[in-house]
Design a protein around this ligand. Sequence first.
Ligand code: ATP
Ligand code: MG
Ligand code: MG
Ligand code: MG
Length: 553
Amino acid sequence: QYSTGSEIRQKFLNFYAEKGHKILPSASLVPEDPTVLLTIAGMLPFKPIFLGQRQPEFPRATTSQKCIRTNDIENVGRTARHHTFFEMLGNFSFGDYFKQQAIAWGWEISTKVFELPPERLVVSVFEEDDEAFAIWRDEIGVSPQRIKRMGEADNFWKSGPTGPCGPCSEIYYDFHPERGEDNIDLEDDSRFIEFYNLVFMQYNRDNDGILTPLQNKNIDTGMGLERMAQILQQVPNNYETDLIFPIIKTAAEIAQIDYHKSDDKTKVSLKVIGDHIRAVVHLIADGVNASNIGRGYIVRRLIRRVVRHGRLIGINQEFTTLVAETAIQLSEAIYPNVRQRETAIKAELQREETRFLETLERGEKLLAEIITKATPTNLPLTKGEATDISSPLNKGGLEGGNSGQATPTNLPLTKGEATDISSPLTKQGLEGGNSGQATPTNLPLTKGEATDISSPLTKQGLEGGEISGQDAFVLYDTYGFPLELTQEIAEENGLTVDIKGFETAMEEQRRRSQDAHETIDLTVQGSLDQLAEHIHPTEFLGYTLLTSDAKVE
Ligand code: ATP
Ligand code: MG
Ligand code: MG
Ligand code: MG
C-alpha cells in the first residue's frame, strides 16, 4: 500500500469530501490574525469560527494546511518525525458532527483508506475522557490495553486561559508490535509515532476556570502528511519520503556524497538542509523576506542554518538556489505560488547566502580576537619579531577568496609587527571540524603580556585560558560557528571553552523560544513586534556587533 505524498494528501481530502466536507485550499503561512507569527496548525485559519467571531460558510471543511513550527527546529534531523515546515491534513466540524463521528472516521480513514492494520494502532485519550475511552473500546473495538489515558499536557487543547477548549485523542502507529502489549509507552519513539490528533472542542472555560459545555461543539483534527508518508513508504523517517528526499539528494550530489553511506552527523546536516529549504521556499513564496525581526528573522535563521550545514558536509560553493529548485519542483503542482515566486525566492536566497558567507568571515575575525583575548599572556612583540606567523592551514583560505584578514583590529601592534597574522581559521575548520592544527604555532606569546585587547564580547573567560560560554554562544548563534568548531580551534590554541556557560546561554535561548511557542500557541495576546522581541533577544544583541547587518529591513 505504498502511496506517494500527493496520493496521501488527495486520499485524505477525498475521503472527507465524500463525508460532506468542503475542500478548502491551504491558507498562507502568514496568518490573518496579527497576534500570531506563523500558521502552526490546520485549525489556525478557522480560529475566528471556533471563537465564535465568524460564521462558518460550511459546517464541515477539510484542508491540507502548510504549517511552520519553529519550536521544533532543534528536533529537525534528530527525531525521525519533526520538521519546521510540514503539511497538516485536517477535518473540521463547526458545531456539526462530534466525538463519536470524528473517532469513527479517524479510524476508518486510518484502517480502510490508508490500510493500516488495526493491530498496529494504539490510541490515547485524555485521562478524564471516559466517553472517548468507551467509544474506542466499545464502538471501534480497540483492546483496552491499546487505549492509553494521558494527562493535560498532551491531551487537552485550549486556545488560551479562557475560551473554547477540550480533550483530544491521538492515533499512534506501532513499528514494533512484537514488543508486546504489556509495556506500551507512547513516549518511546523508537516504537511509536503519533500521526493523527483529534481535538474535541466541547467546553468554554470562564475567568474562574470553570468549564461549561459549549452549545456548538467543534472538531479540529491534524494528521501529519510526512508522518503518514513515512509509515506508508516504510522508510525510517519523514526525511526519506518522496516529499523531502529529492532535496536531500540534490544537496548530497552537490557535496559529492551519498546519503545512505554517510555517518549520522552528515545525515543530520542533509536533513536540516532538506527541511529548512522547504520552509524557506514556502515562507518567501508567502511574502516573508529575510530580516532581523519577526517572521523575517525566522527566514534568515533558517537560511543561515542551511548554509552552515552545507559547509559542514563540504559544500564550498553557493548552493541554496539549487536545492530550492528541487523543493519548488516538488511543491509546484499543489502550491503554484512557489513557481510564480521563483525569481523572488532565488534572489532572496542568493542575497542572504552571500551575506552570511561574509558574516562567517567576520565571525572568524571575531574568533581570532577572542582567542587572543583569552590567551593568558601578553604579546611580547617588538618591532621585527613575529613577522611571519602564518598558519600552516591557511593555504587556500576560504573558498571563493574569502580568507579575509583575521587580524584583530584593535591588537596593540604597531606597524611592522606581526604583519602576517593569517587566519587561524581555515576552510577545513569550517567544514567538518577536522581542521587539524589551525594554530599559528609560532606565536611568540609569553605570559603577562597583551593585556589590553578590548573586544565587543564579554570580559569573562579571560582567566585560565578559557573562552567564555557567552562568547562561544555568540559565535554559534550569530556567526553560525558550531560549538565543536570553536572548541577545536580553542584547543589548538591551548585554550578551553566554558561548555557549561555555553549550555546555560543555549538553555536560556531555548526557554525563550519555548515561551515564544506558547505565545504562538495563542495563549497570550500581543503585538507582532513584542512576539519577535520575545523570541530572539540574543540574536539582536549579536547583530549589534555587525554594523552592516544591524539595520532592520
Ligand atoms: P509530537 O508530539 O510528535 O511533537 P504534537 O502532539 O506536537 O506532535 P499536534 O500539535 O498534535 O502535534 O499536531 C497534529 C499532528 O501534526 C501530529 O499528530 C503530527 O502528525 C503532525 N505534526 C506536529 N508537529 C509536527 C512537526 N514538527 N513535523 C511534522 N509533523 C508534525
Ligand atoms: Mg510537538
Ligand atoms: Mg504529541
Ligand atoms: Mg498531538
